[in-house]
Write a protein that binds this ligand. Structure first.
Ligand SMILES: Cc1cc2nc3c(=O)[nH]c(=O)nc-3n(C[C@H](O)[C@H](O)[C@H](O)COP(=O)(O)OP(=O)(O)OC[C@H]3O[C@@H](n4cnc5c(N)ncnc54)[C@H](O)[C@@H]3O)c2cc1C
Length: 389
């Protein structure tokens, strides 16, 4: 039976996209978010065509397109010599090859666009300042006075909704951390290309740089081994952590020193991965996004997969079968794709952080492989058409 009313825990990318996806099919949604207000957590985000196509269907793409940058190329470069190893045409290829654009933007731009669409939609009701320690129909009814056919746990990597799903995945620290920061326009060094996404590869670490049109500066994500600061997205990389960041890149090309000296409010994020486990309770509760399958950001697909989950869940549930059956069908449909994205991320990690002879071999292979072969590797990922489109 199609559902009439849905409760969503968490107003991140997954939760807001789920609300819009269900409302699009005529379903009332209550979104319960722990934060008193939705502020600008994080830095930049790459949105690949598979996600952009869904954002278009949710009528959110025009707003973000007005503010994002479609990079001319996506490049891999050596963190030691700064030499470009691969340069993939992206702006002119993405729309033609995969039928949707590829863009980079500030995370707040995406969140604000989703939020504005949720606020415009009379079927979506956002409840801020509501942290759920446990999730059940009766707990939710005590807050919103509504009865729900479906509860969606979209509360991220440290999800509390998982407790309502027996055998749900557990999130574990990966041993890697991501430093995230922006560089003000005045301090952008010349070796960072202004219309490109560049991943610099170096021993045991990599650093991704891309421009943000919203600020005129650059977004930098640097990933290397590190320690866990606790369950937070916002640990500030001051003092010891900032010194560790500088130390990690000491063996890199000296040009990076200038970058690291002028970082703006650096934060470091512990990278957690969710293991295997059930995403639903067989009746009325399901996990999506990072709550279900937090993955390493080496393929820049976490938010994209959360958006796909949200849209496809609505399509499966509204097909008309019993909710428990729809949730089983949804999970069976999504798991192979998530696993493929995870494998891609693991392969990228292996290649990006190679050192010694492996690094030399990698650089040679990357620089000799034709760009067409790299683009073809993305067809399954970027060319994906979600159920319900
Ligand atoms: C360094 C880094 C770079 C990345 N780059 C990219 C990229 O370029 N492209 C990409 O696609 N992905 C990227 N990702 C991944 C992406 O950021 C995540 O996968 C995505 O944000 C997950 O969205 P979510 O909505 O599932 O979780 P979240 O964004 O974590 O949202 C969860 C929401 O639930 C709320 N919440 C939590 N607990 C509760 C509770 N108990 N009660 C009520 N509310 C609660 C939180 O406040 C939050 O608003 C990156 C990740 C990292 C770490």
């Amino acid at each position: 039976m199609p559902v009439k009313s849905v409760a969503i825990i968490g107003a991140g990318v997954a939760g807001l996209a789920a609300a819009l996806s269900f409302a699009r099919l005529g379903v009332r949604c209550d979104i319960l978010e722990q934060a008193e207000q939705l502020d600008e957590v994080g830095a930049g985000l790459q949105i690949s065509p598979n996600a952009a196509r869904i954002l278009a269907a949710l009528d959110v793409l025009p707003q973000i397109e007005a503010q994002w940058l479609e990079p001319e190329t996506v490049d891999l470069a050596s963190g030691l010599s700064l030499k470009r190893l691969v340069s993939l045409p992206m702006r002119d290829v993405a729309r033609k090859r995969w039928g949707a654009p590829y863009g980079v933007l500030h995370r707040a731009t995406l969140q604000q666009a989703l939020l504005a669409a949720v606020k415009r939609n009379p079927l979506c009701h956002l409840h801020l300042g509501k942290r759920l320690e446990a999730v059940s129909k009766s707990i939710l009814a005590g807050i919103t006075f509504q009865d729900y056919d479906l509860i969606i746990g979209a509360d991220g990597v440290w999800s509390s909704s998982r407790y309502a799903v027996p055998g749900s995945p557990t999130a574990r620290f990966s041993g890697n951390i991501a430093w995230r920061f922006t560089i003000a326009p005045d301090y952008v060094p010349e070796f960072l290309r202004r219309r490109c996404v560049t991943a610099f590869l170096g021993p045991s670490a990599h650093l991704v740089a891309y421009p943000l049109t919203e600020t005129g500066g650059f977004n930098i994500v640097a990933i290397a081994a590190g320690t866990n600061p606790g369950d937070t997205w916002k640990a500030e990389a001051q003092g010891k952590q900032h010194a560790l960041l500088v130390e990690q890149f000491r063996r890199w090309n000296p040009a990076f020193e200038q970058v690291l000296q002028h970082v703006n409010k650096p934060t470091f994020w512990p990278l957690f991965q969710a293991g295997e486990g059930s995403w639903h309770n067989g009746r009325d509760t399901v996990l999506i996004g990072d709550a279900a399958h937090a993955m390493m950001p080496f393929a820049a697909q976490g938010a994209a997969m959360a958006i796909e989950d949200a849209f496809e869940l609505a399509a499966f549930v509204q097909r008309g079968q019993a909710v428990g059956d729809a949730l089983s069908a949804f999970e069976a449909h999504r798991i192979p794709r998530i696993e493929k994205a995870r494998k891609r991320a693991a392969l990228n990690k292996f290649a990006y952080h190679a050192s010694g002879p492996l690094r030399l071999g990698r650089d040679l292979v990357l620089s000799m492989r034709p760009p067409e072969a790299f683009l073809a590797d993305f067809d399954w990922l970027y060319g994906y058409r979600a159920e319900g489109l």
